[in-house]
Design a protein around this ligand. Structure first.
Ligand SMILES: Nc1ncnc2c1ncn2[C@@H]1O[C@H](COP(=O)(O)OP(=O)(O)OP(=O)(O)O)[C@@H](O)[C@H]1O
Length: 724
């Protein structure tokens, strides 16, 4: 059979305006990459030279600088340039992850943090800030793949490629289990906080998914670059738990910042205090120990050990010397008035006590000299004065010398109070006597005293107390930071706040959170109540646009929010998505075979998945309200529908579910107490009633759980609440 003629290629389609603009931007990007490559090569050579032969002092400093810049260049290569702004007067500037200049020193690329880059984020059609156009560039490796323009002043021209902005693409992109930086799409309300010049405390509140974590992390990158104190003393980012830290761990490195310390309050304190593996306290214990009044109790306990009364008697060179109650009280008042911690104040107390003792010894010497003169007159010739004087002197601690009585008198007259004071200050006898009045203490002693018993193992709830006690005893110690970012800040107890503040003496902080999401250990109604003194100087910002999820998901969570925080400003989702699925499962049967017929209240049940592996709980017959077989089916259906699927359950159910869902394709099963801050494309919330009633404040846990998906929410309830 004759083969058809292959079609002859026609003339190439003429480039579209979008192609033309992409080519223009590719040329710009190539020029930037050439500079980036040259800088990278130069810095690698410089690092090698420095490692070989620079002098020690300069070497360290320069090497740190070079290393930092190399890391920034390496992180910037992908997505190097993501934007461009064209002023109405025709001047164009490119915006990217780092700043670059050409050989002549002309700027090729503005660092996103630079002031000149602000209009890229802040300009709107209503407030164009002198811009005609904002352009977003999407790159793949070293290639420009997309150009998208927003015309801010006037009408679009042939050079403008107007289309969907990249924000929508970022919001709808599938999740990977790790948060991404969004430097290319920061919105103006977020950007205003990120680049705020305010160096004190900034509080950012807002509902779930409004970008609080985004703001917190981009702010960390901003202050590192722009605030000297943050650069020299470092930035600490605190999150609620290890899962969360893992989730956000890539954001700052991908912004070129590798030196930020990421931690949880518990990890930070455990390390500072040398406590390994603290146990997890119950919510009730955490709430009780987290109360700010505990700080007052610890302080009173420490002060109670500071010479509360009594006298001090010591024997110096055979003489008993007593400092009276009044003298001790005076020394205590002076030592306490220094405002120093217990141990440094103890040193002041010891100094005052040795001063008083030295004065007393001097006084006795003076009296002795006077008496010796009288004795000599009266007793001259009657017995051996030399011997009597020598004996008296020996009692005062002076060697008999060759000079006879006159010599002894001279020795006494020249008694060196400084030397005496010095020797008394280091005298173990005096130290032992002071110990009875103003003892050395350990943080563990103080905490045990306040709580009425010594523990064998500390819990996370005890760490802030130990830290407080350590500060009361020795003053604030350990590493401090130039800026501290606290995420999910509503979770911190007042005692934890105090520990965090000790690490940020400059009070330069970014605090982000949502009081409606607070766990059971906290639950302060206002930021003023949650932050105490710190709130007074804080600038508070409220974010109201929800970037994570859909209107449907927010609507599903609304009844709970109305219950938890009726007056809180509501966030507005800018996307819609599929309806929330609510499913009620029958309770499990005692004998799981044959497979129960699943009749969800929903009209289209998901496919039945593979046989369910026997879970330990099911095998033990002690199983509970959850029909894991059915849960597994729904999870499998969500996995099949695509995207990353998270499963959230009450803490006690999560481990059992984890086993039941093994191999289902779900990303993870997360106990609800650890789900704050996380997100997935689809979320299956298992047994909402169980979550609600599992612990005090369970309605807030459920609210958090319901607001985790970017797109699909499935709520699986059980038909029975009795054990199976
Ligand atoms: N400007 C933005 N551009 C693109 N994505 C954004 C932007 N702002 C926020 N997002 C995305 O929205 C989601 C929610 O953001 P984020 O986790 O910061 O919210 P949150 O307010 O901290 O939420 P929660 O209170 O639930 O912890 C994330 O996936 C984030 O990347």
């Amino acid at each position: 059979m004759p083969q058809p003629e292959p079609p002859t290629p026609g003339p190439a389609a003429p480039p579209t305006p979008a192609d033309a603009q992409r080519a223009v931007e590719q040329r710009h990007l190539d020029a930037m990459l050439a500079v980036l490559d040259a800088d990278t090569t130069r810095l690698a050579a410089e690092a090698a030279t420095l490692q070989r032969d620079a002098t020690a002092d300069l070497r360290e400093e320069r090497l740190a600088l070079v290393t930092r810049r190399r890391a920034a260049l390496a992180a910037a290569e992908h997505g190097l340039c993501f934007g461009r702004i064209d002023a109405a007067d025709g001047v164009a500037l490119h915006v990217g992850r780092i700043g670059l200049s050409d050989d002549a020193g002309e700027p090729l690329l503005l660092d996103w943090r630079a002031d000149a880059a602000r209009p890229f984020y802040a300009a709107t059609p209503a407030t164009s800030l002198g811009l005609r156009r904002r352009r977003h560039l999407t790159t793949d490796g070293r290639a420009v793949v997309r150009v998208s323009d927003e015309v801010l002043t006037g009408d679009p021209t042939a050079d403008d490629v107007v289309g969907d902005g990249p924000l929508l693409a970022a919001m709808t992109a599938g999740r990977t289990g790790r948060m991404r930086e969004v430097v290319a799409t920061l919105q103006s309300e977020q950007d205003a906080i990120v680049r705020s010049p305010h160096r004190g405390v900034t509080v950012v509140e807002g509902g779930p998914g409004t970008g609080k974590t985004v703001v917190a992390l981009h702010r960390a990158a901003y202050v590192l670059a722009m605030f000297d104190q943050a650069r020299t003393d470092g930035v600490l980012v605190l999150g609620p738990g290890p899962r969360f830290l893992d989730y956000i761990s890539q954001v700052l490195p991908s912004l070129g910042e590798n030196d930020v310390v990421l931690s949880t309050t518990t990890m930070l304190l455990a390390e500072a205090l040398g406590v390994t593996d603290p146990a997890r306290a119950s919510d009730d214990l955490r709430r009780r120990l987290g109360d700010a009044r505990v700080a007052g109790m610890l302080e009173r306990a420490v002060r109670g050990h500071q010479a509360p009364g009594g006298t001090l008697t010591v024997t110096i060179a055979g003489d008993r010397i007593t400092l009276t109650e009044t003298e001790i009280a005076e020394a205590r008042a002076t030592a306490q008035a220094t405002g120093l911690a217990h141990h440094p104040a103890r040193e002041v107390f010891v100094e005052l006590v040795t001063d008083a003792l030295t004065d007393e010894v001097q006084e006795r010497a003076r009296v002795f000299l006077a008496r010796m003169d009288e004795d000599m007159e009266v007793l001259a010739g009657r017995f051996d004065i030399e011997k009597a004087v020598a004996a008296d002197l020996a009692r005062l601690g002076f060697e008999a010398d060759e000079g006879g009585v006159a010599g002894h008198k001279a020795a006494l007259a020249e008694l060196d109070p400084e030397a005496l004071r010095e020797s008394l200050a280091h005298d173990p006898v005096i130290d032992a006597a002071v110990e009875g009045l103003w003892p050395r203490l350990t943080a563990a002693d103080v905490v045990a005293e306040v709580l009425g018993r010594r523990r064998r193992r500390w819990t996370d709830a005890h760490l802030p107390l130990l830290d407080e006690a350590a500060a009361l005893l020795d003053g604030p110690g350990g590493r401090t930071f130039g800026h501290v970012v606290v995420d999910e800040a509503q979770e911190l107890t007042p005692m934890q706040w105090r520990a965090v503040l000790r690490r940020c003496p400059g009070r330069s902080m970014t605090i982000v959170g949502d009081l409606a999401q607070a766990g059971p250990a906290t639950g302060a109604p206002t930021w003023d109540a949650a932050l105490g003194d710190v709130a007074r100087r804080a600038q508070v910002h409220t974010l109201t646009v929800c970037y994570r999820t859909t209107t449907q998901v927010l609507a599903a969570a609304e009844p709970l929010l109305a219950e938890i925080a009726p007056h809180q400003p509501r966030s507005r989702a800018i996307r819609t998505g599929p309806a929330v699925r609510r499913i009620t499962t029958p309770p499990p049967v005692a004998n799981p075979a044959p497979l129960p017929v699943v009749e969800p209240v929903e009209t289209t049940p998901p496919p039945v998945a593979d046989p369910v592996p026997t879970t330990p709980a099911a095998a033990s017959g002690g199983f509970d309200r959850l029909n894991h077989r059915v849960v597994r089916d729904f999870v499998a259906a969500e996995v099949a529908a695509g995207g990353l699927v998270g499963v959230v359950a009450a803490d006690d159910d999560a481990a059992i579910l984890e086993a039941a869902l093994e191999g289902s394709g779900a990303d993870r099963v997360v106990p609800v107490s650890q789900v704050r801050g996380l997100e997935w494309d689809a979320v299956v919330v298992v047994d909402p009633d169980g979550i609600r009633t599992a612990r005090a404040g369970g309605e807030r846990d459920l609210y958090v759980a319901l607001t985790r998906p970017t797109t699909r929410l499935v709520v699986v309830s059980t038909g029975s609440t009795t054990g199976g």
